[in-house]
Structures are given as structure tokens and as C-alpha cells.
Design a protein around this ligand. Structure first.
Ligand code: DX5
Ligand code: ZN
Length: 226
């Protein structure tokens, strides 16, 4: 799955930018990744629930809301109630991640948990039993266009192994620095869903960029799942 991040899109033309990735199969976004930043959890400010609500009215691409905010215990469920498909909170910000997952699922969304590059996976394996998605950050959250941190792939491999052995039942998603040069190694490590901001919206033709990413990932992806 490819999830273009609208962080790198033109915010004045969001509806057009979303329809640019809603074309033919193969060139279409599987999820639309929306980065919510509050200038507290991360040193950047983007958009919030009103913009997500407006976007939900103009597209049927499942929305993947990545909340880089403080106090997700209070705010996350609103995104699920609005109709987001997957809502991801950061474990570093969550006070009660199990309660958040239950609230998100009760509101009809998939629940996602994200870990920053320096946050280990092991302490959260039990918590992750309540989640549908694990978002492994491969850059420090806050900005698009940063360099891929390949060290995080050891966490992806561990998560893939926990899923393949039946200890966890979730999608493994990666976010940050994914482009045609890095997607293959991420796919080989066992990622299911690839977020790409600058690689899609920095390209002349975003739909073509999705196709190129998919072409690079597909052989490695198939190899892991043999
Ligand atoms: C960064 C965001 C990412 C960002 C990725 O904190 O979570 O979703 O858009 O951008 P690229 O793909 O350019 O690294
Ligand atoms: Zn993101």
C-alpha cells in the first residue's frame, strides 16, 4: 500500500492535490496520509480536524491521520468520529494508549500507534495487541523531505516477525524519507504500507510517482511474503 502524505502538497489546492492521486489502479493512493502537527509535540504546525473534515467530503480514499500532537487521549477520537479510516497517535505522547485504541475502534476507525526513530518496540508489544497499525517513523517527526534513517528497519523486522508468528495482528507502516531509492529495503524488511510525501507531491506527476514507488517495492514485497 502507498499512502501519499499531503504535507508536501499545495495547501491552497488540497482538493485538486487529492484528486491527483485518485486515478487508475496502480497509480492510485491506497490511503491518504494527513499529518496533524500541533507545534508542541513537534516543532511544526500544520492542520487539524476542520481541514480533515473538509477533505473527507471531497474524497473516498481512506484517510490515514497521523497525529503528532500532545494529549492524543483527548483529541484522537474526534478524527475517528469524523470518518478517518485509520487514526495514529504517538506512544511518546499517549497517557493511556490502550484506552485510546479502544475509543478509536469504538468510533469505527482503525487504531494506529507510532514510534519515533529512537523509541524501542519491545516495551509496547503488549499494548500493540490492541492496535491495527504500527507506524514506524524513519525520520524525526515534524518535517517532510528528510533523509531516511535505515536503522529503524530492525524494528520493522521485529514487528514483521511478531505478525508472521501470530503474536500481533497489525499492518506495519513506515513514514519518512521513502522514495524510489529507499522503498525496496523497507519492503524487504516487511513493511505493508509506505507513506511518501516529497517523493509523490514533489514529483511532476504524483500518480506516476506512486506507480514508480509500487514498481520498486513489489518484487521485494513478494519475496518477503513467499
Ligand atoms: C513527517 C511526516 C511525514 C512526512 C514524510 O513528520 O510524518 O508523513 O510527510 O515526508 P517525506 O516522505 O518527504 O519524508
Ligand atoms: Zn506522517
Amino acid at each position: 500500500m502507498i499512502a501519499p502524505s499531503i504535507l508536501s502538497a499545495d495547501f491552497a489546492r488540497l482538493a485538486d492535490e487529492v484528486s491527483a492521486v485518485n486515478g487508475e489502479p496502480g497509480r492510485r493512493a491506497d490511503w491518504l496520509h494527513v499529518d496533524v502537527m500541533d507545534a508542541h509535540f513537534v516543532p511544526n504546525l500544520t492542520l487539524g480536524l476542520p481541514v480533515v473534515e473538509s477533505l473527507l467530503k471531497v474524497t473516498d480514499i481512506p484517510m490515514d491521520c497521523h497525529l503528532m500532537i500532545e494529549d492524543p487521549d483527548r483529541w484522537a477520537v474526534g478524527y475517528a468520529e469524523a470518518g478517518a479510516h485509520n487514526v495514529t497517535v504517538h506512544v511518546e505522547a499517549a497517557k493511556d494508549p490502550v484506552a485510546i485504541a479502544k475509543d478509536l475502534r469504538a468510533a469505527g476507525a482503525k487504531a494506529g500507534l507510532s514510534i519515533k526513530p529512537n523509541t524501542p518496540l519491545e516495551p509496547y508489544v503488549e499494548v500493540l495487541k490492541h492496535y491495527d497499525t504500527l507506524l514506524v517513523m524513519s525520520v524525526e517527526p515534524g518535517f517532510g523531505g528528510q533523509k531516511f534513517i535505515s536503522d529503524v528497519l530492525s524494528k520493522v523486522k521485529k514487528a514483521r516477525n511478531l505478525v508472521d508468528t501470530g503474536h500481533l495482528n497489525l499492518l506495519v507502516e513506515i513514514d519518512g524519507g521513502i522514495n524510489p531509492d529507499t522503498i525496496e529495503q523497507a519492503a524487504e524488511a516487511g513493511v505493508d504500507c509506505f507513506v511518501a510525501g516529497s517523493a509523490v507531491y514533489g514529483a511532476e506527476d504524483p500518480a506516476k510517482a506512486i506507480e514508480a514507488l509500487r514498481a520498486k517495492a513489489a518484487p521485494a514485497f513478494a519475496k518477503v511474503r513467499q
